[in-house]
Design a binder for this molecule. Structure first.
Ligand SMILES: Cc1ncc(COP(=O)(O)O)c(C=O)c1O
Length: 370
């Protein structure tokens, strides 16, 4: 049996990102009970720092136990009753997954579909909403399968509200790396994942719920069909009564607390500027190596870049060499983009000038030598 001693890697894939040393240290703090008064203080601080990060005053703002997919499942399951009409915008793998999860909760699902890599306009969403009433409109902010950042989310949300629909936004791959303004954009149900731009370990899914969405839960005719992710029950643990639902993964909460503290310390504006500057440095460097991009610059995410694999280059061999020779991880594409793009994440702590320069130097030898 091995004793656990993995070689540290520089994680420049679509998540997890590299953990700051202080997050690792925080996770080694002593275990306490799930009702320990010390933990209650940290729970309150996590909520406060999540509100800052989501840019919201929503009372229901807390992390769920589980990865980003737990956020997706909770966001849909709590607001769907069998037969409810849901409109999902699909331009990549994660939009399609939202539609699939909504179907499993027995929604009646319609989609607006675009080829992978394209974005949606508020006008086309409004046109779809005019045709039929929907309970919920769901979309992905940053499509991790393509590296596309959906613009005009606030305009799309206001179209949805004009037609009486709640708005659900997936920010798993954008929160903490690109602006997400829950209150200013008037969003109702927004979730994320801990392991990407927040740079905490995988396993927590922060979620925030508007008053409008909370009120809609009061008129449910049927109980939420996933007990573990029932938001009103979970909110009782995070609220003043601290009622037992399940013990949260306390070491992961320690890690999340520290990662959020680092976000508050850096400040959101400075953090977004850092992500953008490092992404632009990467784009310029890759262009200088003769590479093109899957996504046009105006829709490119500062958190994940998707350069096209140059002709004649074995993309998997490059990834293998980066890992073996540089301890550096990037990802390939999947689905229709398998073998065609790389996915380079500059998320959270991984978004540094030093990482960009190391990757560019390493790639220069490999792409040209192939
Ligand atoms: C946009 C998006 N949504 C949801 C998820 C699911 O999150 P997880 O893999 O943490 O369960 C991911 C993961 O990559 C994602 O990128």
């Amino acid at each position: 049996m091995h004793s656990l001693n993995p070689t540290p890697r520089i994680l420049l894939g679509p998540g997890p990102s590299t953990l700051p040393p202080s997050v690792l240290r925080a996770m080694a703090a002593p275990m306490v009970g799930y009702l320990d008064p010390q933990l209650m203080v940290y729970l309150g601080e996590i909520q406060e720092m999540l509100r800052y990060t989501f840019q919201t005053a929503n009372e229901w703002t807390f992390p769920l136990s589980g990865t980003g997919t737990a956020g997706m499942e909770a966001a849909l399951a709590n607001f769907i009753e069998p037969g409810d009409a849901v409109l999902v915008l699909v331009n990549g793998y994660f939009g399609a997954r939202l539609a699939e999860i909504a179907l499993r909760h027995r929604a009646q699902v319609d989609t607006i579909e675009h080829p992978w890599g394209q974005v949606f306009t508020p006008q086309e969403v409004e046109t779809a909403l005019e045709r039929k009433p929907y309970k919920l409109l769901a979309l992905v902010h940053m499509e991790t399968s393509t590296g596309t950042l959906q613009p005009q989310v606030a305009e799309i949300a206001s179209a949805a509200h004009r037609h009486g629909a709640l708005v659900l936004l997936d920010t798993v791959a954008s929160l903490g790396g690109a602006p997400v303004a829950v209150d200013a954009w008037d969003l109702d149900i927004v979730y994320s994942g801990s392991q990407k731009c927040l740079s905490a370990p995988p396993g927590m899914a922060p979620i925030t719920i508007s008053e409008r969405a909370r009120r809609s839960l009061e008129t449910r005719r049927t109980p939420v069909d996933v007990w573990y992710l029932d938001l009103p029950l979970i909110a009782r643990y995070w609220g003043e009564t601290h009622a037992y639902h399940h013990p949260p993964p306390i070491s992961s909460l320690y890690g999340l607390h520290e990662s959020l503290r680092l976000i508050v310390e850096e400040g959101l504006e400075a953090r977004f500027a850092r992500h953008r500057a490092n992404a632009e440095r990467l784009w310029e460097g890759l262009e200088a190596l003769g590479m093109d991009f899957f996504v046009p610059q105006e829709y490119r995410s500062p958190t994940l870049s998707t350069p096209l694999v140059p002709d004649g280059v074995d993309e998997a061999a490059v990834r293998r060499r980066l890992l073996e020779e540089y301890d550096l991880e990037i990802a390939g594409g999947f689905g229709p983009l398998a073998g065609k793009i790389w996915r380079v994440g500059l998320m959270g702590y991984s978004s540094s000038r030093a990482n960009v320069d190391l990757l560019l130097t390493a790639l220069e030898g490999m792409v040209k030598a192939e």
